[in-house]
Write a protein that binds this ligand. Structure first.
Ligand SMILES: NC(=O)c1ccc[n+]([C@@H]2O[C@H](COP(=O)([O-])OP(=O)(O)OC[C@H]3O[C@@H](n4cnc5c(N)ncnc54)[C@H](OP(=O)(O)O)[C@@H]3O)[C@@H](O)[C@H]2O)c1
Length: 258
Protein backbone atom coordinates (compact mmCIF):
# COMPACT_ATOMS: atom_id res chain seq x y z
CA UNK A 1 0.00 0.00 0.00
CA UNK A 2 1.17 3.57 -0.65
CA UNK A 3 0.53 6.97 0.91
CA UNK A 4 -1.70 5.27 3.48
CA UNK A 5 -4.17 7.23 5.59
CA UNK A 6 -5.58 5.50 8.67
CA UNK A 7 -8.94 7.07 9.53
CA UNK A 8 -10.86 6.29 12.71
CA UNK A 9 -14.59 6.92 12.58
CA UNK A 10 -14.60 6.43 8.80
CA UNK A 11 -18.05 4.81 8.60
CA UNK A 12 -19.99 8.10 8.45
CA UNK A 13 -19.91 11.88 8.64
CA UNK A 14 -16.63 13.79 8.53
CA UNK A 15 -14.46 10.65 8.58
CA UNK A 16 -16.20 9.17 5.54
CA UNK A 17 -15.69 12.44 3.64
CA UNK A 18 -12.01 12.54 4.64
CA UNK A 19 -11.69 9.02 3.20
CA UNK A 20 -13.20 10.18 -0.10
CA UNK A 21 -10.78 13.11 -0.33
CA UNK A 22 -7.70 11.00 0.43
CA UNK A 23 -8.74 8.32 -2.07
CA UNK A 24 -9.39 10.99 -4.73
CA UNK A 25 -5.71 11.92 -4.32
CA UNK A 26 -4.76 8.30 -5.02
CA UNK A 27 -3.94 7.51 -1.40
CA UNK A 28 -4.61 4.07 0.05
CA UNK A 29 -6.64 3.72 3.22
CA UNK A 30 -7.20 1.84 6.46
CA UNK A 31 -10.75 2.47 7.65
CA UNK A 32 -11.64 1.89 11.30
CA UNK A 33 -15.04 2.02 13.07
CA UNK A 34 -17.65 -0.37 14.53
CA UNK A 35 -20.16 -0.62 11.66
CA UNK A 36 -18.75 -3.27 9.35
CA UNK A 37 -21.39 -2.95 6.64
CA UNK A 38 -20.79 0.80 6.21
CA UNK A 39 -17.02 0.32 6.12
CA UNK A 40 -17.23 -2.52 3.58
CA UNK A 41 -19.51 -0.59 1.26
CA UNK A 42 -17.20 2.47 1.51
CA UNK A 43 -14.23 0.22 0.69
CA UNK A 44 -15.99 -1.11 -2.42
CA UNK A 45 -17.03 2.40 -3.48
CA UNK A 46 -13.56 3.93 -3.06
CA UNK A 47 -11.65 1.06 -4.67
CA UNK A 48 -13.94 1.22 -7.69
CA UNK A 49 -14.04 5.01 -8.04
CA UNK A 50 -10.36 5.79 -7.43
CA UNK A 51 -8.47 2.54 -8.04
CA UNK A 52 -6.92 2.56 -4.55
CA UNK A 53 -6.42 -0.19 -1.95
CA UNK A 54 -8.57 -0.05 1.16
CA UNK A 55 -8.26 -2.17 4.31
CA UNK A 56 -11.07 -2.32 6.85
CA UNK A 57 -10.63 -2.95 10.57
CA UNK A 58 -13.82 -3.25 12.59
CA UNK A 59 -13.17 -2.15 16.13
CA UNK A 60 -14.91 -0.58 19.12
CA UNK A 61 -12.46 2.16 20.07
CA UNK A 62 -14.18 2.67 23.42
CA UNK A 63 -12.60 -0.53 24.66
CA UNK A 64 -9.37 -0.03 26.61
CA UNK A 65 -6.32 -0.83 24.46
CA UNK A 66 -8.35 -1.11 21.28
CA UNK A 67 -5.72 1.22 19.78
CA UNK A 68 -3.22 -1.60 20.26
CA UNK A 69 -5.47 -3.90 18.23
CA UNK A 70 -5.56 -1.35 15.41
CA UNK A 71 -1.78 -1.08 15.54
CA UNK A 72 -1.33 -4.87 15.54
CA UNK A 73 -3.59 -5.04 12.48
CA UNK A 74 -1.46 -2.59 10.49
CA UNK A 75 1.73 -4.28 11.65
CA UNK A 76 0.44 -7.68 10.55
CA UNK A 77 -0.15 -6.19 7.08
CA UNK A 78 3.18 -4.34 7.05
CA UNK A 79 1.41 -1.04 6.55
CA UNK A 80 3.28 2.24 6.97
CA UNK A 81 0.86 5.00 7.94
CA UNK A 82 1.68 8.30 6.25
CA UNK A 83 -1.45 10.08 7.46
CA UNK A 84 -3.18 9.42 10.76
CA UNK A 85 -6.65 10.90 11.09
CA UNK A 86 -7.94 10.48 14.65
CA UNK A 87 -11.54 11.35 13.92
CA UNK A 88 -13.77 8.91 15.84
CA UNK A 89 -15.57 10.63 18.66
CA UNK A 90 -18.93 11.26 20.21
CA UNK A 91 -20.75 13.61 22.54
CA UNK A 92 -23.39 13.13 25.21
CA UNK A 93 -26.11 15.52 26.33
CA UNK A 94 -27.30 16.23 29.88
CA UNK A 95 -26.37 17.48 33.32
CA UNK A 96 -23.20 15.72 34.39
CA UNK A 97 -24.65 14.54 37.73
CA UNK A 98 -27.66 12.99 35.97
CA UNK A 99 -25.75 11.20 33.21
CA UNK A 100 -24.49 7.65 33.62
CA UNK A 101 -20.87 7.77 34.70
CA UNK A 102 -20.01 4.81 32.45
CA UNK A 103 -21.10 6.84 29.39
CA UNK A 104 -18.85 9.75 30.38
CA UNK A 105 -15.91 7.40 30.95
CA UNK A 106 -16.51 5.65 27.61
CA UNK A 107 -16.48 9.06 25.94
CA UNK A 108 -13.18 9.96 27.59
CA UNK A 109 -11.80 6.60 26.49
CA UNK A 110 -12.80 7.18 22.86
CA UNK A 111 -12.19 10.92 22.51
CA UNK A 112 -8.99 11.12 24.56
CA UNK A 113 -7.37 7.82 25.57
CA UNK A 114 -7.64 5.90 22.29
CA UNK A 115 -6.61 8.98 20.29
CA UNK A 116 -3.54 9.44 22.50
CA UNK A 117 -2.62 5.74 22.47
CA UNK A 118 -2.98 5.32 18.72
CA UNK A 119 -0.90 8.43 18.10
CA UNK A 120 1.82 7.14 20.42
CA UNK A 121 1.85 3.73 18.70
CA UNK A 122 2.03 5.10 15.17
CA UNK A 123 4.43 8.00 15.71
CA UNK A 124 7.64 5.87 15.82
CA UNK A 125 7.04 4.83 12.17
CA UNK A 126 6.70 8.47 11.18
CA UNK A 127 9.71 9.61 13.20
CA UNK A 128 11.85 6.90 11.60
CA UNK A 129 10.75 7.90 8.09
CA UNK A 130 10.94 11.62 8.99
CA UNK A 131 7.54 12.11 7.42
CA UNK A 132 3.93 11.99 8.42
CA UNK A 133 0.78 13.99 8.96
CA UNK A 134 -1.70 13.80 11.81
CA UNK A 135 -5.18 15.29 11.69
CA UNK A 136 -7.05 15.18 14.99
CA UNK A 137 -10.74 16.00 14.85
CA UNK A 138 -11.31 18.30 17.81
CA UNK A 139 -14.13 20.87 17.82
CA UNK A 140 -14.86 24.53 18.48
CA UNK A 141 -16.09 23.02 21.78
CA UNK A 142 -12.40 22.70 22.63
CA UNK A 143 -12.11 26.46 23.12
CA UNK A 144 -14.84 26.93 25.75
CA UNK A 145 -16.56 25.20 28.66
CA UNK A 146 -19.80 23.43 27.74
CA UNK A 147 -22.58 23.07 30.31
CA UNK A 148 -24.95 20.24 29.27
CA UNK A 149 -22.01 18.56 27.50
CA UNK A 150 -19.34 19.29 30.10
CA UNK A 151 -17.30 16.14 29.53
CA UNK A 152 -17.51 16.34 25.73
CA UNK A 153 -16.26 19.94 25.65
CA UNK A 154 -13.45 19.02 28.04
CA UNK A 155 -12.38 16.07 25.86
CA UNK A 156 -12.11 18.39 22.87
CA UNK A 157 -10.09 20.92 24.89
CA UNK A 158 -7.67 18.04 25.46
CA UNK A 159 -7.48 17.33 21.73
CA UNK A 160 -6.83 21.00 20.87
CA UNK A 161 -4.11 21.32 23.51
CA UNK A 162 -2.47 17.92 22.92
CA UNK A 163 -2.36 18.44 19.14
CA UNK A 164 -0.54 21.77 19.45
CA UNK A 165 1.89 20.48 22.07
CA UNK A 166 3.05 17.50 20.02
CA UNK A 167 3.03 19.59 16.82
CA UNK A 168 5.74 21.74 18.38
CA UNK A 169 7.73 18.73 19.60
CA UNK A 170 7.60 17.13 16.15
CA UNK A 171 8.25 20.21 14.03
CA UNK A 172 11.87 19.26 13.21
CA UNK A 173 11.01 15.62 12.50
CA UNK A 174 9.09 16.12 9.26
CA UNK A 175 5.75 15.52 10.98
CA UNK A 176 2.86 17.97 11.21
CA UNK A 177 -0.15 17.84 13.53
CA UNK A 178 -3.38 19.69 12.80
CA UNK A 179 -6.45 20.08 15.02
CA UNK A 180 -9.64 20.18 12.96
CA UNK A 181 -12.16 22.29 14.87
CA UNK A 182 -15.63 22.29 13.31
CA UNK A 183 -18.70 24.02 14.67
CA UNK A 184 -22.02 22.16 14.30
CA UNK A 185 -21.97 19.75 11.33
CA UNK A 186 -24.87 17.75 9.89
CA UNK A 187 -23.83 14.15 10.66
CA UNK A 188 -24.81 11.28 12.92
CA UNK A 189 -23.24 13.21 15.82
CA UNK A 190 -26.44 15.03 16.84
CA UNK A 191 -28.52 11.89 17.44
CA UNK A 192 -25.58 9.88 18.87
CA UNK A 193 -25.14 12.65 21.45
CA UNK A 194 -28.86 12.60 22.30
CA UNK A 195 -29.18 16.15 20.99
CA UNK A 196 -31.88 15.79 18.37
CA UNK A 197 -34.03 18.90 18.56
CA UNK A 198 -31.27 21.15 19.88
CA UNK A 199 -31.22 24.53 18.13
CA UNK A 200 -27.44 24.18 17.92
CA UNK A 201 -27.63 22.18 14.70
CA UNK A 202 -30.10 24.42 12.87
CA UNK A 203 -27.36 26.07 10.81
CA UNK A 204 -24.99 23.14 10.47
CA UNK A 205 -22.17 22.89 7.95
CA UNK A 206 -21.93 19.84 5.71
CA UNK A 207 -19.57 17.00 6.50
CA UNK A 208 -18.09 17.39 3.03
CA UNK A 209 -17.16 21.10 3.34
CA UNK A 210 -15.78 20.46 6.84
CA UNK A 211 -13.60 17.59 5.63
CA UNK A 212 -12.30 19.62 2.67
CA UNK A 213 -11.20 22.46 4.97
CA UNK A 214 -9.64 20.01 7.42
CA UNK A 215 -7.77 18.08 4.75
CA UNK A 216 -6.42 21.27 3.13
CA UNK A 217 -5.21 22.58 6.50
CA UNK A 218 -3.52 19.24 7.16
CA UNK A 219 -1.78 19.37 3.76
CA UNK A 220 -0.45 22.82 4.64
CA UNK A 221 0.64 21.61 8.08
CA UNK A 222 -1.49 24.19 9.90
CA UNK A 223 -1.79 23.88 13.68
CA UNK A 224 -5.51 24.58 13.93
CA UNK A 225 -8.38 24.99 11.51
CA UNK A 226 -11.67 26.43 12.75
CA UNK A 227 -14.05 25.64 9.91
CA UNK A 228 -16.96 27.87 10.97
CA UNK A 229 -16.23 31.52 10.10
CA UNK A 230 -18.45 33.21 12.68
CA UNK A 231 -17.31 30.88 15.48
CA UNK A 232 -13.70 31.54 14.46
CA UNK A 233 -14.28 35.25 14.98
CA UNK A 234 -16.01 34.66 18.35
CA UNK A 235 -13.26 32.30 19.58
CA UNK A 236 -10.42 34.61 18.60
CA UNK A 237 -11.86 38.06 19.32
CA UNK A 238 -14.93 37.86 21.59
CA UNK A 239 -14.70 34.87 23.97
CA UNK A 240 -11.29 35.80 25.43
CA UNK A 241 -12.73 39.13 26.65
CA UNK A 242 -16.25 38.10 27.67
CA UNK A 243 -17.05 37.37 31.33
CA UNK A 244 -16.90 33.61 32.07
CA UNK A 245 -20.38 33.45 33.61
CA UNK A 246 -21.86 35.13 30.55
CA UNK A 247 -20.18 32.58 28.26
CA UNK A 248 -21.47 29.68 30.37
CA UNK A 249 -25.03 31.03 30.29
CA UNK A 250 -24.88 31.54 26.53
CA UNK A 251 -23.56 28.03 25.82
CA UNK A 252 -26.11 26.48 28.19
CA UNK A 253 -28.93 28.29 26.38
CA UNK A 254 -27.59 27.29 22.95
CA UNK A 255 -27.48 23.61 23.89
CA UNK A 256 -30.64 23.40 25.95
CA UNK A 257 -33.34 21.17 24.43
CA UNK A 258 -36.82 22.39 25.32
N1 LIG B 1 -21.04 16.86 13.92
C1 LIG B 1 -20.65 17.88 14.66
O1 LIG B 1 -21.42 18.82 14.93
C2 LIG B 1 -19.23 17.94 15.15
C3 LIG B 1 -18.69 19.17 15.53
C4 LIG B 1 -17.38 19.23 16.00
C5 LIG B 1 -16.62 18.08 16.07
N2 LIG B 1 -17.15 16.90 15.70
C6 LIG B 1 -16.32 15.69 15.82
O2 LIG B 1 -16.21 15.10 14.54
C7 LIG B 1 -15.84 13.73 14.69
C8 LIG B 1 -16.66 12.89 13.72
O3 LIG B 1 -18.02 12.98 14.06
P1 LIG B 1 -19.17 13.22 12.99
O4 LIG B 1 -19.72 14.56 13.21
O5 LIG B 1 -18.69 12.86 11.63
O6 LIG B 1 -20.29 12.20 13.52
P2 LIG B 1 -20.72 10.73 13.05
O7 LIG B 1 -21.29 10.77 11.69
O8 LIG B 1 -21.56 10.22 14.16
O9 LIG B 1 -19.34 9.95 12.99
C9 LIG B 1 -18.72 9.45 14.14
C10 LIG B 1 -17.73 8.37 13.71
O10 LIG B 1 -17.06 7.89 14.88
C11 LIG B 1 -17.21 6.48 14.92
N3 LIG B 1 -17.30 5.98 16.29
C12 LIG B 1 -18.16 6.40 17.27
N4 LIG B 1 -18.00 5.64 18.35
C13 LIG B 1 -17.03 4.72 18.04
C14 LIG B 1 -16.44 3.63 18.75
N5 LIG B 1 -16.82 3.34 19.99
N6 LIG B 1 -15.49 2.90 18.13
C15 LIG B 1 -15.12 3.19 16.86
N7 LIG B 1 -15.63 4.21 16.15
C16 LIG B 1 -16.58 4.94 16.74
C17 LIG B 1 -18.52 6.19 14.18
O11 LIG B 1 -18.47 4.87 13.65
P3 LIG B 1 -19.31 3.62 14.18
O12 LIG B 1 -20.60 4.11 14.73
O13 LIG B 1 -19.46 2.77 12.95
O14 LIG B 1 -18.43 2.97 15.19
C18 LIG B 1 -18.46 7.21 13.06
O15 LIG B 1 -17.71 6.72 11.99
C19 LIG B 1 -16.06 13.41 16.18
O16 LIG B 1 -14.81 13.37 16.82
C20 LIG B 1 -16.87 14.58 16.68
O17 LIG B 1 -16.66 14.82 18.06
C21 LIG B 1 -18.43 16.80 15.24
Amino acid sequence: MKNVALITGASSGIGKELAHIHASKKGDLVLVARREEELMSLKTELEKAYNVSVEVFVCDLMRPHSAKEVFEFIQSKNIQVEVLMNNAGLGGYGNFNERELSKELDMIQLNIVTLTELTHLILPQMVERKSGKILNTASTAGFMPGPLQSVYFATKAFVVSFSQGIAFELQDKGITVTALCPGPVKTGFESAAGMSGSGLFEKSASASSTAIKGYKAMEKGKLIVITDGSLKFAINFALPFAPRKMILKMIYKMQHIK
